[in-house]
Write a new protein. Structure first.
Length: 247
């Protein structure tokens, strides 16, 4: 590869700038001229540089970072590069205290669950993603559920998660970023559709001695919630298997 090609390749690499989005530090993608990449009044962000997932968010919602949030120490590194080596994994206990979910204290000895649903087309090919943790044990579920709406996928993720918990006398904390699910299951909203599915979930909920369903914000950097989202999206892209095994 010639020197000119190397230079061109370096210019083509995405550049990132530290910014704020909904009170959280994010990385904003810049073009070769140093300007934000904008499409339909939205800009491209990611929460960590080593994360594959990127999100288009309203440009006006992304703001310059407050200087007091920046480290005073000057490392001499170029903007857009994190300090120190990139970490490929985050301890589960750390992700439980990330973002809005940190307001809910995690009860020792409880089962912690994050659920998400995805639909390509709404309705379209749909999938569910679940991240479960009990003590040192972690379980992930990524399942294609056929053609469904996003709301059905969100509900199905909660249903499958509750069905996967075999012991009902242990405290369970289930986190969802679905306002629709939270409204139906916790706030007492009356379902206009999906009545049977909602009723089935409520029946499952009654089996547990100590179950809390907690609403969190989506795409604000809660690692377990982001992982559930990835699992759901990956499942939606899968081809259904006729001999798929249950939980």
């Amino acid at each position: 590869m010639t020197e000119d090609r190397i230079r061109k390749s370096e210019k083509d690499q995405p550049r990132w700038k530290r910014m704020m989005f909904k009170g959280h530090k994010v990385w904003l993608q810049l073009d070769a001229s140093g300007q934000p990449v904008v499409e339909n009044n939205k800009v491209l962000i990611k929460y960590r540089l080593d994360h594959e997932y990127q999100y288009w968010v309203p440009a006006k919602a992304v703001e310059p970072i407050n200087p007091k949030h920046l480290k005073k120490k000057n490392t001499g590194k170029k903007p857009g590069h994190p300090e120190g080596p990139l970490k490929r994994g985050v301890p589960f206990q750390e992700l439980l205290t990330a973002g809005p979910a940190k307001e809910e204290s995690v009860l020792p000895g409880s089962i912690v669950i994050y659920t998400d649903g995805a639909s390509s087309g709404n309705p379209g090919p749909a999938g569910i993603g679940i991240v479960m943790r009990y003590g040192k044990h972690t379980k992930e579920i990524s399942r294609h559920i056929g053609i469904a709406t996003n709301n059905i996928a969100e509900l199905m993720a909660i249903k499958v998660a509750l069905e996967a918990v075999r012991t009902t006398d242990i405290p369970v904390r289930l986190y969802t970023d679905s306002r629709y699910c939270y409204g139906l299951l916790i706030l007492g909203w009356k379902p206009r559709r999906n009545e049977a599915l909602v009723a089935a979930i409520k029946k499952l909920m009654k089996r547990f001695q100590d179950l809390k369903i907690i609403k969190v914000e989506g795409h604000v950097g809660i690692t377990a919630n982001e992982q559930a989202d990835r699992l759901a999206r990956a499942a939606a892209r899968k081809k259904p298997r006729s001999n798929a095994a249950g939980l």
